[in-house]
Design a protein around this ligand. Structure first.
Ligand code: CP
Length: 300
């Protein structure tokens, strides 16, 4: 692995190696050393978790970072192209971690510069480091990645995390239940990938039918910022809200995951149940991102 752009490029062995390394880093069995290594955090789109957890991961590794948050204070404002921005940054940094609204921007970056590139989210396409920390969270809470029943709920069309997670889990014989507003269903390209790998999935309208069956319910926000017509967002924004009262008959191992940020799709009354795992999930991101950086820079 030189770059991490899409979960389609990541093998089952890569996934297992990264999860193993993240666990060793969390338990302090491995302490990778990255002093002198400088990562550029280029966030053309807003972020809390991905930005700050990469920053934290890099500093815990002994390395350093510099950040771009939005373009207003950079020469992008003067019309500099993405290519010239990337080429320039690659003269300063050892690694580029980039979030951009354009699908394919991270792939373009990897093809443009000679240093490793990590996709921190490209439009509605992919968010592979989120998928890796999601897999790590699933492994930790379920004790396995194999043969799980996973509900993916919310904006499955525009939410990039579910695309990466569905592709990543496909090697582990999951059963998926997709629940979304009609126009926000899982894209055909992702379903085709699942079908090609023999993965069973169902579209389910009524969440209550499947909740008692699930090991994991992965909830996503309706991606307001990707709607061309604001009225369309208003029509679907409250389609699915997970409440504590809906979780009365769940399995003992059941967990609610969410990449965050949430708006209102998981009620705060779920937070104090044993099923809520989304803040621990965000914490797991630091260990997984340490593992990813270490692996890409050949220090694993
Ligand atoms: N999960 C996630 O990508 O969160 P941020 O948008 O805050 O980085």
């Amino acid at each position: 692995m030189k770059n991490l752009i899409s979960m389609r490029d990541v093998s089952k062995d890569d996934v297992l190696r990264l999860i193993d390394l993240a666990g060793k880093i969390e338990r302090k069995e491995v302490v990778p050393e990255m002093s002198g290594v400088l990562a550029a955090l280029l966030f053309f789109e807003p972020s809390t978790r991905t930005h700050f957890s990469f920053d934290t991961a890099m500093k815990k590794l002994g390395g350093n970072t510099f950040s771009m948050t939005g373009t207003s204070t950079t020469s992008v404002k003067k019309g500099e192209t993405l290519r010239d921005t990337l080429m320039t940054i690659s003269m300063y940094a050892d690694l580029i971690i980039m979030r951009h609204k354009v699908e394919g921007a991270a792939r373009f970056a990897a093809e443009t510069v000679d240093i490793p590139v990590i996709n921190a989210g490209d439009g509605a396409n992919q968010h592979p480091t989120q998928a890796m920390l999601d897999m790590y969270s699933i492994q930790k809470t379920q004790g396995t990645l194999n043969d799980l029943k996973i509900g993916l709920v919310g904006d499955l069309r525009l939410g990039r995390t579910v695309h990466s997670l569905a592709q990543a889990m496909a090697d582990f014989n999951p059963t998926f239940y997709f629940t979304s507003p009609q126009h926000l269903q899982m894209p055909a390209a992702i379903k085709d990938d699942l079908t090609a790998k023999g993965v069973h999935y169902e579209e389910v309208d009524d969440l209550r039918e499947i909740i008692p069956e699930l090991d994991v319910m992965y909830v996503t926000r309706i991606q307001k910022e990707r709607f061309a017509v604001p009225e369309d967002y208003e029509k679907v924004k409250n389609s699915y809200i997970i409440r504590k009262s809906m979780l009365e008959n769940v399995k003992d191992n059941f967990k609610v995951l969410h990449p965050l940020p949430r708006v209102n799709e998981v009620s705060t009354d779920v937070d104090n149940t044993p099923y809520a795992y989304y803040f621990q999930q965000a914490r797991n991101g630091v260990f997984m991102r340490q593992a990813i950086i270490t692996t890409l820079l050949g220090k694993a």
